[in-house]
Design a protein around this ligand. Structure first.
Ligand SMILES: Nc1ncnc2c1ncn2[C@@H]1O[C@H](COP(=O)(O)OP(=O)(O)O)[C@@H](O)[C@H]1O
Ligand SMILES: [Mg+2]
Length: 277
């Protein structure tokens, strides 16, 4: 039998705290200045969102949430719990009914529609379930689109690095219709990262892919985000992927029901079950 049996048990080290250390993270090599000295990427305070109509639907009912710069967070919860509404409001794609939303130090509720559009172009990346690639533009042009829209000069080195890192080398001149679902979503991820936004939101980005491909793409997305020090918020139903993010926000009935730091797959799955996934 192994002699290690007789040694004292090693100190429990269930989770590596390093990625969540409050010390400033190393800025990405292309970006020597930290983006946000306050270290808070997103802050929602008392956010309510009620969809209008004959019978108003309260989708968010008092959300308080703070996410640190460089954090990678999974948002989970039963269908209809407000996940899509939360990321839309935090990304400035939709407005809160009341409460305050601050992203990268900017109060979104105080912005005019034009300012909000500019802000989104410059600071926010978004990955949708349905890819939303422009069908008549090739892969390279789809990836460059956020820079074109923001009248920014492309950084060829950075784009090439993204293409390479996301396994898209050789596909630059294909049209979206000539890509598999997994390839298309990797293009959408490159596009969300190309302008080095302060924050990237992804709403069930692999919901249209088969489970195995979806998981591969999501793990790649998380790895790349970490490598770049990119703040990322991803809505997912996959407890394994959520556990890999390190920070899990659980929604139920339009409220934050729980937050988990570095949970295991099993802990996430068990908590979801309790919330009536
Ligand atoms: N555009 C809309 N108009 C009216 N109700 C909506 C709209 N979008 C979402 N809802 C409602 O708001 C609640 C939260 O929806 P959503 O944020 O999409 O939840 P999730 O993404 O967790 O499934 C649900 O009751 C949903 O039916
Ligand atoms: Mg949704």
């Amino acid at each position: 039998m192994s002699t290690t049996r007789d040694l004292p048990a090693p100190a429990p080290a269930p989770h590596d705290p390093a990625p969540h250390d409050p010390a400033p993270h190393d800025p990405a090599p292309h970006d020597p200045a930290p983006r946000d000295p306050a270290r808070v990427a997103v802050s929602l305070t008392g956010v309510h969102k009620t969809y209008g109509g004959v019978a108003p639907v309260p989708a968010l009912r008092g959300v308080d949430l703070e996410l640190l710069t460089g954090s990678v967070t999974a948002v989970m919860g039963p269908s209809g719990s407000g996940k899509s509404t939360l990321v839309s409001v935090a990304a400035g794609l939709d407005t809160a009914t009341s409460g305050s939303v601050r992203v990268a130090g900017h109060a979104l509720d105080a912005m005019s529609p034009d300012a909000l559009t500019r802000f989104r172009r410059e600071q926010v990346g978004f990955v949708f379930q349905g890819y939303n690639l422009v069908p008549h533009l090739d892969v390279a042009s789809n990836i460059a689109l956020p820079l074109v829209l923001a009248s920014r000069r492309p950084d060829a080195g950075w784009s090439a690095h993204l293409v390479d890192r996301l396994g898209l080398a050789g596909l630059e001149h294909r049209l979206p219709g000539e890509l598999s679902g997994g390839q298309a979503q990797r293009v959408a991820i490159a596009r969300a990262l190309v302008a080095r936004p302060s924050i990237v939101f992804a709403d069930e980005p692999t919901g249209a892919l088969d489970a195995r491909t979806g998981r591969q793409v999501l793990h790649l997305f998380l790895d790349v985000a970490r490598e770049f020090g990119q703040t990322l918020v991803v809505v997912t139903h996959d407890a394994g992927v959520a556990a890999a993010t390190g920070e899990v926000v659980l929604l139920a009935d339009g409220r934050v029901a729980d937050r988990m730091h570095a949970p295991s797959d099993e802990q996430v799955a068990a908590r979801l079950l309790e919330l009536g996934r």
